[in-house]
Design a protein around this ligand. Sequence first.
Ligand code: F0G
Length: 407
Amino acid sequence: MTWNTPAGLSAGARTGPMQADLNEALDQSGVWRFRELLPILDNFGNAVSLREGNTPMYHMTRAAKALGIDQLFAKHQGMNPTGSFKDTGMTAAMSVAKAWGFECVACASTGNTSASMAAYAARAGLRCLVLIPEGKIAWGKLSQAMDFGAVTCQLKADFDGCLRLLSQIVNEAPIYLLNSVNPYRLEGQKTPAFEIAEAFDWTVPDHLIVPGGNLGNSSALGKGFREMLELGLVARMPKISVIQAAGANPLVRSFREHQAASLEPVEAHTRATAIRIGNPASWRKAVRAIQETGGWCLDVTEAEIAIAKAEIGAEGLGCEPASAVTLAGLKKLRAEGKVASGETVVLLLTGHSLKDADYTIDFHRGTLLKEEETTGREAEIAALRRDAMAVEATPAAVLAALKGSAQ
Ligand code: F0G
């Protein structure tokens, strides 16, 4: 079965062997296998897929033990085709772009959306324009946009500025906007909620913890669980908590200072560049997801993010910095008594660890954090660091290094 070949996949071909082939192909995607719940396409022959979704759920044994919560899991959305959760939304929205006959798609991005959009646009045969904040996205993500053939513009603006500019551009030219304000993105991005419920045999975990940037993802997952509840597929929704970086925390401030009734943009700063966003587009929908499920919204420091990321690495899973806010946030929630030991908790890891290898290397070399950021946590950080050692090329030297590292 080949994908994205219009031949034989026309609207009329709803029965017979071709339809069977199409169904088989759609069923291999963790998004399109839920197509009855996605009011997106009249003709599924337009689906542009890289076999996204169907991501693994891992038991986080070490973190579970350290936190005294037995049932702690990571749903690893970094195991998608382009290495981030964006693929589940992108397959949906790119399919719509193709079905509607657009020739060019565009997004502003902190990196992952652009990597994902570039890949799906290439599969669909569409041109693609990427606006990114200069010097503020991880190389792994930029390299993907280049590799997949995007027209990439690095702007002297932050993410919020890039998005503002793009909103003007799409008003003037027939370009389809693929940021998460696009409703079809959220349709695709709600499907991990279905997979989580499926993994728990259509019960739901007590608590789902998600990083917050532009806040499309928390909104989409809330929608997914809400729809399952309305359909009677599950009996309740999990608490959905959103965690932001302390330097990019407009939603946290909104809860703290305005009871989430209004949001004041902030100038965002964090090394977790994926969530370096000061004016999140989907904040109202995220507030709804948090409030209707009884979840929390809190922020974590740069040191807390770096430590949590190293701990997720030490589990053999790894993730990018923005994803690690989930574990850092859980630690805080646990310390504040907001998560009980008997609860089932799922962390949504949004991006693959190779997306931002520089961050990881800087952490292990001890050059990531400034002294004032690590005060009081030096021992904790030292215990996690695993810098590469320069060792003489002899068995004795290598064995000595191994022995030394065990002490
Ligand atoms: N984690 C990662 C790895 C991300 O790339 C993003 C967002 C988020 C979390 C936050 O998700 O925006 O739905 O709240 N990245 C966007 C991008 C903004 O352009 O790649 P959100």
